[in-house]
Design a protein around this ligand. Structure first.
Ligand code: XMP
Ligand code: MG
Length: 184
């Protein structure tokens, strides 16, 4: 799906396909160098990180393994409480493994800081985070991602795995949703 097909609901394109792929390639080069000679397990967070993961692993030169988790944060309305429930746990035992969590977007950071703590208690050799996008609020969080694709403004974005009510995940670009779509 391309933004050309949704002119009324998308107010602007924030990141083009080319910008996303170029940045993924740069980060893949860093990850290849940083984990040289080590056995790396990438943990994707469903469902948003599926597209990032699919493209990112193909830019890597090293062999990696992939696993997936699905989590949901409890909260009132749109506010994340930081209390997280695991909907789908890892298949792999991560004790002694080098883990890199792959996430689509860091907003308040509550979900991810819980997740990093949870994975750290399982005896991993290391737990680091790669997030494609980071919003300003996340900068204040205690756990900082080792790799950040793009710092973006405080706007609601869709596309490239990110949804609004399960729509727009298959958009090739990352776009700003027109606030009128969600009554903002
Ligand atoms: P935290 O705990 O960091 O939660 O506040 C991050 C999660 O919130 C969702 N999120 C978004 N989803 N467009 C989206 O499609 C956005 O602009 C956006 N901001 C936050 C997302 O599920 C992420 O994992
Ligand atoms: Mg989501």
């Amino acid at each position: 799906m391309d933004v050309d097909h949704l002119p009324t609901e998308i107010s602007s394109v924030l990141l083009t396909e080319e910008q996303i792929q170029e940045r993924l390639e740069q980060i893949a080069t860093e990850v290849d160098a940083d984990y040289q000679g080590r056995d790396l397990l990438l943990v994707g967070i469903l469902k948003g990180a599926t597209l990032v993961m699919a493209d990112f692993v193909r830019h890597l030169k090293s062999h990696v393994q992939m696993d997936w988790m699905a989590v949901s944060s409890y909260g009132s309305g749109t506010q994340s409480s930081g209390v997280v429930r695991i909907l789908k746990d890892l298949d792999a035992d991560i004790s002694g493994r080098h883990v890199l969590v792959v996430e689509d977007i860091l907003d308040t950071g509550l979900t991810l800081s819980w997740l990093v703590r949870n994975l750290s208690t399982r005896g991993a050799a290391s737990v680091e985070v790669f997030t494609l996008l980071r919003k300003p609020e996340a900068v204040k969080m205690p756990v900082s991602p080792r790799y950040v694709g793009f710092d973006i403004p405080e706007v609601f974005v869709v596309g490239y795995g990110l949804d609004y009510a399960e729509r727009y995940r298959n958009l090739r670009q990352i776009a700003v949703l027109d606030p009128r779509v969600y009554g903002g």
